[in-house]
Design a protein around this ligand. Structure first.
Ligand code: ADP
Length: 364
């Protein structure tokens, strides 16, 4: 049985914190509720003076969530806000500031980010389906078709864009506050993976991720962009939520392989983006039909067309089919996406067509 974020919040809205007289949701204490394998985890983020007095409230919160059908255990972690934010001190000359672990998202007046005209999010139900491959190639294809394009790798648990775009140096800064992005294949590029050691990234959760994402959106000197392509982590988690809440996302594209379409749960992604008032632009099928690199013969290794059927079933546009081809992988591994390495080739064509459709459709 699946327990949703809404179920958890509903249960927590029945628990009152005596210090504030408000329930935990109204008091805005609840962060990053997750349900996995029968267990619910969430963070209660409270004012520092209250942290020591929260143990009874945390127990009551755990009991309320444990009572939900399908929940076998619940664990609350109490954290306190840090002290009021200080003016940034700045990193040493020429170095980009570090992303701070535990830095929470700061209030932001508008969802519009200066200079960025459109944001396109690339999402998937699970990892390994080609979300990063699509993001990189779409960004390069748009740039080659004359657009000013940025690519933000927000896949914190598996940032692969530095490898795919062939840009791995740590970004610099002019003033120790803002971050200068890299440029690769005509695309302005930034990856969360360039800013922190890999072993730290994997332990980031909820509010930390949201703070880091906000920094990436607002502290990076993106300049004037027609479109920023955001390579999201797989699934429907905090980064997705945060991106759509903090920034005006013009649309989301969901990628799946034919054999993963059953697991994709496109309806879940659709429901999430709908709730966040982000339009879903459509579904893409990747690794659709295997093209033999020697003879060019195409065989349906994993089946074909399942994603188009799913798009049809839920009333979304089907945006195209990308074949499974060795060159798509090797070019990515070498740091030059196929669209840059072999423009106009049959393997580059689906990405180039998608870019053209987005431009002609007025999305970008
Ligand atoms: P995700 O971002 O969804 O985790 P990736 O884009 O990193 O997935 O792709 C996973 C692996 O599959 C990578 O090694 C990538 O080069 C390879 N790959 C992705 N799409 C294709 C394709 N159409 N043909 C061949 N290999 C592909």
């Amino acid at each position: 049985m699946s327990v949703t974020r809404e179920d958890i919040l509903k249960a927590l809205s029945r628990v009152v914190d005596p210090a504030s007289g408000k329930d935990l949701v109204t008091a805005d204490y609840v962060r990053a509720p997750v349900f996995q394998d029968g267990a619910v985890r969430f963070i209660l983020e409270v004012p520092p003076e209250q942290a020591a007095k929260m143990s009874d409230v945390a127990k009551a919160a755990e009991a309320a969530v444990s009572a939900l059908p399908g929940v076998e255990s619940a664990a609350a972690i109490v954290t306190a806000h840090g002290p009021a934010p200080q003016a940034p001190k700045g990193a040493p000359e020429g170095e980009a500031p570090s992303l701070k672990i535990g830095r929470h998202p700061q209030p932001q007046a508008s969802k519009k980010i200066d200079g960025i005209h459109r944001i396109i999010a690339i999402a998937s139900g699970k990892g390994g389906v080609g979300k990063s491959t699509l993001s990189a190639n779409l960004a390069v294809a748009l740039a080659r078709q004359g657009k000013r394009v940025g690519l933000l790798d927000a896949d914190i648990h598996g940032p692969s864009q530095p490898r795919m775009m062939g840009a791995t140096e740590r970004p610099k800064s002019k003033d120790g506050k803002t971050i200068l992005p890299l440029t690769a294949h005509g695309v302005t590029f930034m990856s969360i993976g360039l800013m922190l050691p890999a072993e730290e990234a994997v332990i980031w959760r909820g509010p930390m991720l949201m703070g880091a994402l906000q920094q990436m959106l607002t502290q990076v000197e993106w300049g004037e962009l027609d479109a920023l392509i955001v390579d999201l982590p797989p699934g429907t988690g905090d980064v997705q939520l945060s991106l759509c809440q903090k920034a005006e996302v013009s649309g989301a594209i969901v990628v799946s392989t034919p054999q993963d379409v059953a697991l994709l749960d496109a309806r879940k992604a659709l429901a999430m983006f709908h709730k966040l008032e982000t339009p879903m632009l459509g579904l893409i099928e990747n690794m659709s039909g295997f093209v033999c690199p020697k003879c060019g013969h195409e065989s349906d290794l994993f089946g074909q067309g399942g994603v188009a059927q799913e798009a049809d079933a839920i009333g979304l546009p089907f945006l195209g089919r990308i074949p499974l081809h060795l060159d798509i992988r090797t070019t990515s591994d070498e740091g030059t996406p196929i669209v840059a390495k072999a423009p106009g080739s049959p393997e580059a064509a689906p990405f180039e067509d998608l870019a053209r459709r987005l431009i002609e459709g007025g999305v970008i």
